[in-house]
Ligand binder design. Structure first.
Ligand SMILES: Cc1cc2nc3c(=O)[nH]c(=O)nc-3n(C[C@H](O)[C@H](O)[C@H](O)COP(=O)(O)OP(=O)(O)OC[C@H]3O[C@@H](n4cnc5c(N)ncnc54)[C@H](O)[C@@H]3O)c2cc1C
Length: 397
């Protein structure tokens, strides 16, 4: 049976409630990370069960809203660049197998004042990893990408490999490839509890019990509920992105408008060329700073939400300062240092915690899927994930 309906495939899974160990690994969550992990694990011959509380590519978590930025000039830290190089390769491989475009290259701009975290961080990643890039003044930026209005004193890093991913299509492609390789995906089946004893993990849903040798928790904004005691490390936060009507769409076309991160005096914003739906899509990191309950997220776009974005649009993209034509509410899941968590559960070594959101995880999905598959099958990975260990927060737990 296919992805998208509650199903078991390949005949390896135990039917709910029968008590027989039927899987090597159970994955909680079929979002960006869970479907990526399933793809890589199933390709390695693991018997995989994925359990998802909603349907596939739904709009209640962290991966919807059509697009996500992917960029190599990583202002957050240069140590992400090797992972990003591998992510680009794996996205291209996924796209080839899926037979549809998933990654659109536009180039990326990291813009700010000289000395700002975004500009200096992106430049450092380019220099340390020898990435092709150009430095632009505000004046050069306006000349080259005329949708921008920005002061001469601004500074920008242009990196030609950046672009955007079609996030829901990516999730569907990953889920399809996982099931084609033998994984079972069961949707509308929330995991209610799990326990790990010895070399077995047991999971209970509303439909029954499942067992496996290992468990991967990739539940995004719902993680804290699955790993009690770690709520302080995984705080969901409400985000709202908006699409604004454009007066001169030519200037916002993918060929003339790179994806960007703009370190403005009041906040950091990110945006996309027009693609798929009408309008200029823009978001503000940490939006209005609102904690979110993932089961009761306020999805409405209030005047305050629009205002949080409108000022940046009016100041820097005046040709897109038209009506708000679309919006989406979504969630970040923030760690205290905004770096990822990929580690074994300290009290249950058969359980892997994969909660790498903090608002910048999507671009890494396939390489994180590969890392999870390495850890499940070999208990080691060649990728450097030392920065993602839970031990760095030991004082907080
Ligand atoms: C507005 C916004 C903009 C962003 N922009 C970017 C960007 O430009 N570039 C970028 O790289 N990243 C970006 N991010 C971050 C990125 O989207 C996330 O890091 C990524 O989507 C997280 O994937 P995930 O698999 O952890 O979560 P999700 O995709 O939300 O998946 C978690 C899944 O677990 C399921 N689940 C939860 N609990 C249970 C349970 N008990 N039982 C069964 N299933 C369960 C959920 O239903 C969900 O499907 C952005 C995030 C937001 C919100």
């Amino acid at each position: 049976m296919g992805v998208g309906s509650p199903s078991t495939s390949r005949g390896t899974g135990r039917e709910p409630g029968t008590g027989r160990l039927g899987y090597d690994v159970i994955i909680v969550g079929a979002g960006g990370m869970g479907t990526a992990a399933a793809t890589h694990l199933a390709a390695r011959g693991q018997r995989v069960l994925v359990l998802e509380r909603h349907h596939l590519a739904h709009d209640r978590g962290s991966s919807h809203g059509l697009t996500r930025i992917i960029r190599l000039a990583y202002f957050e830290h240069p140590s992400y660049v090797p992972l990003l190089r591998r992510a680009f390769e794996l996205w291209r491989a996924l796209e080839t197998r899926a037979g549809e475009p998933l990654l659109h290259v536009t180039g990326s701009l990291d813009v700010g004042a000289s000395g700002s975290q975004v500009f200096e961080g992106a430049l450092r990643s380019c220099q340390e990893h020898d990435l092709p890039h150009e430095l632009l003044t505000g004046r050069a930026l306006r000349g080259r990408f005329p949708a921008w209005r920005i002061d001469d004193e601004a500074a920008a890093v242009f990196q030609p490999d950046g672009g955007f991913l079609l996030s829901e299509r990516c999730i569907l492609a990953q889920a399809t490839q996982a099931t084609e390789a033998g994984a079972t995906v069961r949707v509308e089946e929330p995991v209610l509890e799990w326990d790990a004893r010895g070399d077995r993990v047991r999971v209970r849903t509303g439909r029954g019990n499942y067992e496996a040798s290992q468990l991967v928790l990739a539940a995004g904004a719902w993680m804290a509920g699955l790993v009690p005691g770690m709520a302080a490390l995984m705080r969901p936060e409400r985000q709202v992105v908006g699409w604004f009507a454009i007066a001169d769409p030519e200037r916002f076309a993918p060929a003339r408008f790179p994806v960007f991160v703009h370190d403005a005096p009041d906040a950091v914003y990110y945006g996309f060329p027009e693609h798929g739906v009408a309008g200029f899509k823009i978001g503000k990191y940490h939006h209005r700073g609102q904690a979110a309950d993932p089961d009761a997220l306020d999805r409405e776009c209030h005047p305050e939400d629009e205002a949080a974005l409108r000022g940046e649009v009016a100041r820097h993209f005046p040709l897109a300062n038209g009506a708000l034509v679309r919006s989406a509410a979504c969630m970040f899941t923030n760690t205290p240092d905004e770096h990822f968590i990929i580690d074994r559960h300290p009290g249950a070594p058969a359980v892997l915690i994969v909660s790498p959101c903090s608002g910048h995880g999507f671009k890494f999905c396939p390489v994180i899927g590969e890392i999870v598959a390495d850890l499940v099958t070999r208990d080691a990975t060649a990728h450097d994930i030392s920065a993602f260990r839970l031990a760095r927060f030991s004082a907080l737990r």
